[in-house]
Write a protein that binds this ligand. Structure first.
Ligand SMILES: [Zn+2]
Length: 274
């Protein structure tokens, strides 16, 4: 799908959902500018939805387009304000390739960890201790654009990052989580009618999902960044690209609504970063 067609359809959907549209940046790829759009609504607390870091994972951007009315109405009824970054890597989305058109990898580059030894790492091994974390100021242009915009904004109460897994050959879902497990286990159970949980699955870079299809991973991604900033409810949700697209978007919709509910249960003030 051409990005300009996507933007035009998104614009129509955003207008009828009465969302505020703004351009938070622009990237230059293939010799032309690609405007970066976000959509917002007001509310007592805030949920940030990010989608389309990886271009060959269209379900996230299409969920934001096709289910925009339903998501917005659901959030409004719960007094949850939305900030939606529907297509973070537009040249990847249009080309159907993972990275942007110049081959940069716009994911996992939001922060860095300093270990007690002074060594700097982009992600931690499971349970690995660290001395401090700090915001990374480099990385691909799409990451820099969304990171600066997020840094200008208050810490959200909940954040969901929509991805797909192109390596698993069967329909399924799994999730990178932080914090209490029980709500996520319940969510996985509710999701199974749409796509089975990928349990004990070896995923990206030799990581393993657990018996419920969940992983805890401080990988420097936008979800890791939100968790470090103090956002209580954070997830990176994955469906396989082998999952029929309408099912993937249903899975995304189910989790987005659950995250609206999580945000709605939070006090107005968010905790300081840790
Ligand atoms: Zn991805």
């Amino acid at each position: 799908m051409l990005y300009l067609d996507y933007l035009e359809q998104l614009h129509r959907a955003a207008r009828s959902a009465e969302l505020t549209e703004s351009v938070y940046g622009s990237v230059e790829e293939l010799g032309r500018p690609w405007p970066l759009l976000k959509l917002e609504s007001r509310g007592r607390v805030r949920l940030v939805i990010t989608a389309g870091f990886h271009g060959e994972e269209p379900a996230g951007p299409l969920t934001c387009l096709q289910h925009l009315q339903e998501i917005t109405a659901y959030a409004r009824a719960a007094d949850v304000g939305l900030t939606i970054y529907p297509c973070i890597n537009p040249s990847g989305f249009e080309g159907g390739h993972r990275y942007n058109a110049s081959g940069e990898q716009p994911n996992n580059d939001f922060l860095r960890y300093e270990l007690a030894s002074g060594a700097i790492k982009g992600e931690l091994a499971p349970g690995e201790p660290f001395a401090r974390w700090f915001l990374f100021d480099g990385g691909p242009k799409e990451t820099r654009a969304v990171r600066s915009d997020l840094e200008r904004s208050p810490t959200p109460h909940a954040a969901i990052d929509l991805h797909q897994d192109a390596w698993v050959r069967r329909p399924c879902h799994y999730a990178y989580i932080f914090g209490p497990r029980r709500p996520f286990e319940d969510l996985v159970r509710r999701t199974v009618p749409f796509a089975k949980a990928a349990v004990h699955l070896q995923v990206y870079e030799n990581k393993l999902t657990d018996a419920c299809g969940l992983i805890v991973d401080h990988d420097g991604s936008v979800s890791d960044y939100f968790r470090r900033r103090g956002t209580r409810w954070v997830v990176t949700l994955e469906t396989s690209t082998a999952t029929p697209l309408p099912r993937s978007t249903q899975v995304n919709l189910l989790w987005v609504k659950a995250f609206v509910d999580f945000a709605a249960g939070e006090p107005t003030l968010t905790p300081a970063s840790s």
